[in-house]
Ligand binder design. Structure first.
Ligand SMILES: [Mn+2]
Length: 404
């Protein structure tokens, strides 16, 4: 199974890895390059991006060095401050820096009006305002040729008895249906869920089952978005991924890792085997069905301590390695072992693939594409970080803020 240490990998495994890498792309979040913090404060970084142009420039660096992140997710409020009026500038930035706009993320949590919710707010005028923001976000996506509109709602309540959960569900259903009606035929609505935070008693879309029901009610172009950090500790994420695949309802991922709650840590930093198992379910589904599920891989991380561009290169590289490992699972043997209930043999196909060192094959693939074999090293020797540190530090250090 796995190549022994020091031995050259058999060419059929190398071919499998290279074929998998051809298909693997992952989207960068614009907010991952900006100064972000915790609820207690921000530690500012001298090289952080503070304008949408700087975010495109930094994302363009990560794509130029790794070759697998051609799109950058945008946050309407932060990256398109003029709404539709910002589209032409953003479009030009995409061309200039070699990364296209990706998923469009409306914002239902920052404006004062959303204190008691957006789509679930008991005040009809606030619900309408949230809907108009959704309409505008869909229009922005059309103008920028973006397929996906990613919806995450902070809606919920902090105390028992303070919110009518059934009525709020009905308002969500109604407004998601109305949003779906605004989509172009090739666009998708992705519905994200999260069990708690910022609300600590109930969250309107708390888990994948609620997101699934709402997406189904919204219409055929609505799918579920799985943020790996948005689960209770013991949740079996690959199982719900398998269920969503079987329902043709898996739209995409927000990848990040966590130890305690929604920690936004680097993908695979705490539990790389979990990411491997998620990729495995997707590739096993593909092998069984003969077609690939249309899943958008996106990163949702903000690095408040790590250098932002380095952290992003690290994330992309780890994602690529875990996907390549998952591609090494021998599906035919696995299916036969499962059918015969040969438990140890079945499990070993996952373990063997996971423990294979795929890095030499990935370096070969990068070289064949004219990419640096070691993107991190290439970044460190490029001088880009020193350049942006010089250009941006005065502006960044003037912006000390606190949440306290
Ligand atoms: Mn997310």
């Amino acid at each position: 199974m796995s190549a022994s240490i020091g031995a050259r990998m058999p060419s059929n495994l190398t071919d499998k890895i290279h074929a998998a890498l051809e298909t693997f792309r992952i989207e960068l979040p614009s907010w991952g390059f900006a100064n972000t913090g915790t609820r207690f404060g921000k530690f500012l970084q001298p090289a952080a991006a503070t304008t949408v142009e700087e975010k495109f420039s930094d994302a363009g660096q990560v794509h130029a060095l790794t070759g697998i992140c051609p799109t950058v997710a945008l946050h309407v409020l932060w990256d398109l401050p003029e709404g539709i009026g910002s589209c032409s500038e953003v479009d030009k930035l995409g061309t200039r820096y070699g990364v296209r706009p990706g998923a469009i993320n409306p914002n239902y949590f920052q404006d004062q009006i959303y204190k008691y919710g957006s789509f679930g707010n008991p005040d009809e005028s606030v619900r309408q305002q949230a809907f108009r923001h959704t309409e505008e976000s869909i229009e922005i996506a059309k103008r920028l040729h973006c397929r996906d509109i990613s919806l995450w709602f902070a809606d919920g309540s902090n105390y028992p008895g303070t919110a009518n959960m059934r009525r709020r569900k009905a308002w969500f259903t109604e407004l998601l249906e109305a949003s779906h009606a605004r989509l172009a035929p090739d666009q998708r609505l992705l519905v994200e869920y999260k069990p708690f935070e910022p609300a600590f008693y109930h969250t309107d879309i708390a888990d994948w089952g609620m997101a699934l029901l709402l997406a189904k009610a919204a219409g055929p172009q609505a799918k579920v978005l799985v943020d790996t950090g948005h689960h209770y500790q013991a949740q079996n994420i690959e199982q719900l991924v398998a269920w969503l695949l079987s329902e043709n309802m898996l739209g995409g991922f927000h990848f990040n890792d966590r130890r305690y709650a929604d920690d936004d840590l680097t993908m695979g930093s705490i539990d790389p085997y979990q990411v491997f198992r998620i990729f495995h379910e997707i590739l096993f589904f593909e092998w069984e069905n003969g077609s690939r599920a249309d899943v958008a891989y996106m990163i949702d991380q903000s690095h408040n301590l790590k250098g932002k561009i380095e952290a992003m290169i690290q994330t992309v590289t780890v994602a690529q390695e875990l996907f390549a490992k998952a591609a090494l699972v021998d599906h035919e043997q696995l299916a036969s072992a499962q059918a015969k209930a040969e438990l140890v043999r079945a499990e070993s196909y996952l373990q063997d693939a996971f423990s294979t060192d795929v890095r030499p094959s990935i370096r070969e693939w990068r070289a064949s594409k004219g990419l640096p074999e070691d993107p991190m090293q290439a970044f460190r020797s490029s001088g880009y970080l020193e350049k942006i540190t010089r250009e941006r530090s005065a502006k960044n250090m003037a912006g000390i803020t606190s949440y306290a």
